[in-house]
Design a protein around this ligand. Structure first.
Ligand code: ACO
Length: 321
């Protein structure tokens, strides 16, 4: 049993518009907007890393929850772009927060990482002596993006979002899953530790993607995962007040709305300003909704995502703040 009691987010300073993308690659604002819905994204500078963005989101989430760093029992960081392998990003953030009672670990489930993190947090809160878990989704995908590849570099952005969970009723049902046979559709190639240490294969460590295959997977799995989470929560789709989907592509979200027979305006979207921030995307959107006062006590909210792996996940909850 777990519920969300606070949210936060933190974005890099630098905003890159589609227009400025035209100076890197052969693309246009018109193509990017019509194919993806993205108009601009935040791109981190050299001195902005995964840990610092995650820390910024964590500070806001703790403030919103009204608890201090020492109250935390666990910090879980979902990221595909940890700023170092050791120490993990979670320990880095713990150190900066001074959250010395928290155990810390990172998870990688690509863009579904935040949902995976919430599921793990919920399980941990079933332990008798645990009360608070901080889940952070934080990414600097731009640092592993091939800015010579127009089919991927226009999609991704950087940022971080976080949520504090407390023991209690709120989360109704979570579904997570993966299809590893489709892993090659979205990969960073031979990102083996031995390669990093030897400084070889650098160009192969950037993201490559079979966009069409990922698209096919996404339009199928998004409604399916949401339906499974609804079933687990003993709910019907029409009972949902808000759906917060992974912000990858407006067309994928429109397709999910159609398949679920739900009005598009129930799906929160900020993709035009953020691009695809991977594990941070749902957490950032959740925080935006919370800050704007769009989430009312008792609202039924779902979050649903998919990503590299390929992974997927969905959650249904009652908003209790
Ligand atoms: N600007 C201009 N033209 C482009 C660009 C660009 N940025 N990118 C590709 N094109 C061209 C292609 O070269 C192609 O040209 P051609 O017909 O002469 O060969 C044409 O546009 C059409 O390309 P498609 O790949 O067919 O375009 P599509 O409509 O499929 O859209 C897209 C591509 C946006 C990538 C889409 O497939 C998609 O959104 N897929 C899902 C991707 C996704 O969500 N990934 C994130 C996963 S989450 C994670 O874990 C990070």
């Amino acid at each position: 049993m777990a519920r969300i009691i606070g949210t936060g987010s933190c974005m890099p300073r630098n905003v890159v518009t589609n227009k400025s993308m035209e100076s890197y690659v052969d693309t246009s604002d018109e193509w990017i907007v019509s194919r993806t819905g993205i108009k601009e994204r935040y791109i981190s500078e050299k001195d902005e890393n995964t840990g610092d963005l995650g820390y910024g989101a964590a500070v806001e989430a703790l403030r919103d929850a009204g608890i201090g760093p020492m109250d935390l029992d666990y910090i879980i960081v979902a990221t595909t772009t940890p700023h170092s392998l050791v120490p993990n990003t979670s320990c880095y953030i713990q150190g900066k927060l001074g959250a010395m009672n928290a155990a810390c670990f990172d998870i990688n489930a690509a863009c579904t990482g935040f949902i995976y993190g919430l599921e793990i947090a919920q399980s941990l809160l079933n332990l008798k002596d645990k009360e608070y878990v901080l889940v952070i989704g934080t990414e600097v995908l731009s640092k592993i993006t091939d800015f010579g590849d127009r089919s991927t570099c226009v999609l991704f952005g950087d940022g971080a979002g976080a949520a504090v969970l407390r023991k209690g009723e709120g989360i109704l049902g979570i579904v997570t899953g993966a299809d590893g046979t489709k892993g090659e559709c979205l990969s960073t190639g031979d990102f083996a530790v031995s390669n990093i240490l030897a400084g070889v294969n650098e160009s192969k460590n950037l993201i490559s993607m079979d966009g069409k295959e990922v698209y096919k997977f996404a339009v199928n799995i998004l409604p399916l995962a949401l339906e499974k989470a609804l079933e687990k929560s003993d709910m019907k789709a029409e009972e949902l007040d808000h759906i917060i989907p992974h912000q990858a592509n407006v067309r994928i979200i429109e397709s999910a709305a159609k398949r679920l027979h739900l009005p598009l305006d129930k799906f929160y979207m900020n993709i035009e300003r953020t691009g695809n921030t991977s594990a941070a995307s749902i957490a950032i959107a959740l925080d935006e909704m919370n800050k704007k006062g769009l989430l009312k006590m008792g609202d039924k909210v779902s979050m649903v995502g998919f990503g590299g792996g390929l992974t997927y996940g969905a959650i249904c909850m009652e908003w209790t703040m």
